[in-house]
Design a binder for this molecule. Structure first.
Ligand SMILES: [Zn+2]
Length: 145
């Protein structure tokens, strides 16, 4: 595992950083679960909040609902992910009260489409039940500007 890590690192980023929790240059090992997620907040120092959604089947209604996972992850200096970025996160030992994941790489930059899609999901959650398609369409259009 450790070998694999160092090999990946060499290709990923050569600039050294002084972050001791950095999965590339620091002493923290990565192990366990990994996810690809969108950064929804980069307001904290060296920490980002990431989120991703999945479809959850509700047997009673024979339909899917959208469920979202929201996790804080360490954001190393050498990666410096910004809000809207698509990143890969991997589990680590607990780094603080709420952090037990770290960003290992940027998969993609923030694109308008992804943002729009993400907002659309949130919006459809909010308007669910009140139910007129017409209204949702109208809202989506006004957001496009
Ligand atoms: Zn680093």
């Amino acid at each position: 595992m450790a070998k694999e890590k160092t090999e990946k690192m060499a290709g990923a980023d050569k600039s050294a950083c002084s972050d001791k929790h950095c999965p590339i240059h620091g002493a923290v090992k990565i192990r366990g679960r990994s996810f690809t997620a969108i950064v929804v907040s980069d307001k904290m120092a060296k920490t980002v909040v990431v989120s991703w959604s999945r479809r959850f089947y509700v047997p009673k209604f024979e339909r899917f609902e959208i469920r979202r996972s929201r996790i804080s992850a360490h954001n190393p200096e050498c990666i410096a992910a910004k809000k809207g970025d698509v990143v890969k996160i991997v589990e680590t030992r607990p780094l603080s009260k709420t952090k037990h994941f770290t960003v290992t790489e940027k998969v993609g930059a923030a694109t308008k489409k992804q943002n729009v899609k993400f907002e659309a999901i949130e919006e459809s959650d909010a308007t669910e039940g009140k139910g007129k398609k017409h209204e949702i369409d109208h809202k989506a259009k006004s957001d496009d500007e």
